[in-house]
Ligand binder design. Structure first.
Ligand SMILES: [Zn+2]
Length: 236
């Protein structure tokens, strides 16, 4: 993803959704670690697309946050509701993250805390994902966490954690599509592979759908994200 600058418009990758569908047909047979670990070397599809436009990690992080929130703000307004922006967006290091109620932050993670209505992320971990696997990491993780912030505002209720997580993936796909359609960012060649690789790396190794921390298998997470990307948030 790259911020759109009027001075040099690059070819718009309009086939992203078509490519997503094609890639989704490919089975993910590797054993993926949980959450969002560094997947370099464990997944041949992790591509490093060139970031040759002066983009920086910090810029992408801020863009992913502000554009996701803009997307939801507009959707809430269109529905006659007020969107409540998150109260904090905090980078942390290792064990030094903010607690969410009784729950301490853990290294190598990102999370939304409904108690303080904030998002926090382990910066060095996310930067490593970004540098190793491309900017898709940032555009999956942050919109996903903001998807949880939207769920909290809508007071969405779920029987299973995996449903909550897959809807957040779906919301993330919808938000990313909204960012691209609005012209704020452009998809680059290789972004689709990056996004899918990041989702796959964050999937559960097995279909543990009853577990309280279940996030969905790689294929389920990719399908949820692609569903939001292709069909919008209403389909989530
Ligand atoms: Zn989540």
């Amino acid at each position: 993803m790259t911020p759109r600058r009027t001075s040099h418009v690059r070819p718009f990758l309009s086939v992203l959704s078509a490519v997503l569908v094609v890639l989704l047909a490919a089975a993910c047979s590797s054993e993926f670690p949980r959450r969002y670990p560094d997947h370099t070397g464990s997944d041949g599809s992790a591509s490093a697309s060139p970031r040759s436009f002066g983009q920086k990690f910090e810029e992408d992080v801020e863009l992913a946050r502000t554009l996701s929130e803009r997307f939801w703000q507009q959707r809430f307004e269109a529905a006659g509701r007020a969107y409540r922006p998150i109260q904090g967006f905090q980078a942390y290091s290792g064990e030094g993250g903010p607690a969410c109620g009784e729950q301490p932050a853990v290294p190598e993670n990102a999370f939304y805390c409904p108690l303080g209505h904030f998002v926090a992320y382990d910066e060095a971990w996310m930067r490593k994902l970004y540098e190793n696997g491309g900017d898709g990491a940032v555009y999956v993780i942050i919109p996903h966490e903001l998807g949880h912030a939207v769920q909290a505002q809508l007071m969405s209720d779920f029987g299973l954690n995996v449903q909550r997580e897959l809807q957040a993936d779906c919301y993330a796909g919808a938000a990313l599509r909204g960012m691209i359609d609005s012209g704020s960012i452009e998809a680059e060649a290789g972004d689709d592979e990056e996004l899918l690789a990041n989702l796959a790396a964050a999937g559960d190794p097995t279909d543990e759908w009853l577990r309280p921390d279940a996030h969905g298998t790689p294929a389920q997470r990719q399908q949820a994200f692609a569903g939001g990307y292709d069909s919008g948030a209403d389909a989530c």
